[in-house]
Design a protein around this ligand. Structure first.
Ligand code: ADP
Length: 191
């Protein structure tokens, strides 16, 4: 199974990514987690990633591609992957498509999790005290949602044109979202 999860902050990409991985045997690859791990390093690369994440800005494409590529290559050779938060820009989507072509694999679906902005903000603020993340603060949350609308949202028409977009209502309890994703993947219904 090879999937990607396309979703604004707070839509539940991480939760659904873990469940889909457990269900399918594919590896859950969370771009934000890999970049946060990379940001722990005290060299210039780690500092640049940490600064982007703290501001709620996207990390530059080439850095993301360099961090993600080896992980994707390894997962492709095993049980596949559930990409969570990658790609997030059109250049990243092109790089991911080129990589898949080189590996001789294709994506089964791009799952778009959507929910109203008020719901996303409420969830992110709700988890802020527990997450300990530098970007779970009111103004940074607002900025992350804007970045999604302006940049990552462009991938919705991109994958629609490729015929693999599956749109799921994320404003439901996690079990219901997971059930909807699985039933849509089973019936092969796109849209
Ligand atoms: P969320 O979706 O809630 O913002 P993530 O952990 O997926 O949480 O991402 C957190 C941050 O990590 C982003 O705001 C961005 O700085 C960085 N990031 C994650 N994935 C990417 C990506 N594909 N391209 C650029 N930056 C990314």
């Amino acid at each position: 199974m090879r999937l990607l999860l396309l979703a604004p902050p707070g839509a539940g990409k991480g939760t659904q990514g873990e469940r889909l991985a457990a269900w399918s045997g594919a590896r859950h690859i969370a771009a934000g987690d890999l970049l946060r791990a990379e940001a722990q390093g005290d060299g210039p690369l780690g500092r640049e990633i940490a600064a982007c994440q703290a501001r709620g800005d996207l990390v530059p494409d080439q850095i993301v591609i360099d961090v993600l590529t080896p992980v994707v290559v390894e997962a492709a050779a095993r049980g596949g992957y559930i990409l969570d938060g990658f790609p997030r820009t059109l250049p990243q989507a092109t790089a991911a498509a080129d990589l898949a072509a080189r590996l001789g694999v294709t994506l089964d679906a791009a799952v778009y999790l959507h929910a109203p902005e008020a719901v996303l903000t409420r969830r992110l603020l709700g988890r802020a005290s527990r997450s300990g993340r530098s970007d779970d603060k009111t103004d940074v949350i607002r900025h992350r949602l804007e970045v999604f609308t302006q940049t990552t949202g462009l991938l919705v028409p991109y994958y629609t044109e490729r015929g693999i977009l599956v749109t799921v209502d994320a404003d439901q309890p996690p079990d219901s979202v997971a059930a909807d994703i699985k039933s849509r993947l089973r019936t092969g219904r796109r849209g």
